[in-house]
Design a protein around this ligand. Structure first.
Ligand SMILES: [Zn+2]
Length: 397
């Protein structure tokens, strides 16, 4: 009880008013009605029209000033190492810069750029566990980094996967970046990983850098990972007939990345659409890599695929949040009660063609990011990286 006779409230209540439109992250219903959203203690509580909602008692209040609210974007394929530093391009602050591109969650496809990365089994397990811990304990600029993704090597046995899982490791790095390059061994290890609740991905396509190798469609199909990592190559894509074959044969996620072949990206998207498999399309950057860091990479993929793949922009956004959340079993990336209050607020970029933000994106333009929110906390305001938005949300309190 405080001096005024009221119980002290420890509830954190986020109220966002005057939202122009709500993108849901759901391919089957991509735009929700409403102008107001409420989150309690970092989880989505309710959305709808302000006049119908109980918005008193906000501890954080945002006036959207008519901009679009969408679930925070998810990058399904990054190579983090430690903190907000990447040794691959000797760059600091790449995760903060990515937040300014509307990305609130990153998923590691292997911490392969660690200088002196251990490749013996004890060493690789130790590094995976340590990586999982240091990103759990430290979120650069508030961004959620799911890391600790060991690359499988010859000699690993079932007990190794049980031990990794017990220690909190939930991902495998890209199959094929280590010594295991045959489908039979890879399939065995991926099924052990799956048995212990770990998700797997594979390096699809030609070698990425000197020393890595080719993974063709036969090996991808035989290995049977949960995610077909960079189906459009990273950087070099498989021939068209093999990409089409993967889309036809597999029920796993089709991950399209910024660092891959853009023509093959459109081919994969068109094939998925013809097969009625758009729900399997997810997006990544594959940065940091030889192509560098891409802070706007996920939004660039949304705009590119919407424009060249003839997908309405509100659905293309789902590739970058809701689809990935569902394929990766995350509690973010969708407007859903109880899901994390992780959002990006967007508006049409100044002087772009199109009558609305969505129309301008479908014409291949980036939107302007005005704010990001993670776990109900405002993490960034006007983006320093996107083109300027026409309108900006305002952090009232
Ligand atoms: Zn790769």
């Amino acid at each position: 009880m405080n001096d005024f006779g009221f119980w002290e409230t420890t509830v954190k209540k986020l109220v966002i008013k005057n939202i122009g439109q709500i993108l849901s992250g759901k391919l089957e219903d991509p735009i929700f009605d409403g102008d107001c959203l409420i989150a309690i203690d970092g989880k989505i509580e309710a959305w709808g029209y302000e006049k119908d909602m109980y918005y008193e008692g906000a501890t954080t209040e945002v006036d959207a000033h008519g901009v679009t609210l969408a679930p925070g974007l998810i990058d399904s394929h990054v190579h983090p190492v430690v903190g907000d530093y990447t040794p691959r391009q000797q760059q600091l602050g790449w995760i903060d810069s990515t937040l300014h591109g509307g990305v609130t969650t990153l998923i590691s496809a292997g911490e392969v750029h660690m200088p002196g990365r251990p490749k013996d089994i004890v060493g690789l397990k130790a590094m995976a566990i340590a990586s999982q811990r240091w990103y759990e304990n430290f979120r650069p600029s508030g961004v959620k980094v799911h890391a600790g993704a060991p690359v499988i090597e010859h000699g690993m046995v079932e007990e190794d996967f049980a031990e990794l899982s017990k220690a909190g490791v939930k991902l495998l790095g890209e199959v094929g970046l280590g010594t295991v390059k045959d489908g039979k061994t890879a399939q065995q290890m991926v099924s052990w990983a799956r048995k212990y609740g770990m998700q797997s991905t594979i390096h699809t396509g030609g070698p990425s850098i000197p020393g890595s190798g080719l993974i063709d469609a036969d090996m991808v199909i035989e290995t049977g990972t949960d995610v077909i990592g960079h189906i459009n190559g990273g950087h070099s894509a498989l021939p068209d007939d093999q990409i089409i074959c993967l889309c036809e044969s597999c029920s796993s996620a089709f991950e399209i990345v910024h660092n891959g072949n853009e023509r093959s990206a459109v081919l994969a998207l068109n094939t998925a659409r013809e097969l009625g498999k758009l729900d399997q399309v997810i997006l990544g950057t594959d940065g940091p890599a030889g192509s560098g860091v891409q802070p706007l990479g996920i939004m660039r993929m949304v705009a590119m695929l919407s424009a060249f793949g003839n997908v309405p922009a509100e659905k293309a956004f789902c590739f970058g949040n809701g689809n990935t959340a569902r394929q990766r079993e995350l509690d973010t990336g969708l407007i859903e009660k109880g899901f994390c209050a992780d959002f990006v607020m967007l508006d049409q970029a100044q002087h772009t063609p199109g009558k609305t933000m969505l129309e301008s994106v479908q014409q291949g333009n980036l939107p302007g990011v005005g704010m990001t929110i993670i776990d109900g906390i405002v993490r960034s305001e006007r983006s320093r990286n996107t083109p300027p938005a026409q309108r900006l949300p305002e952090h009232i309190k």
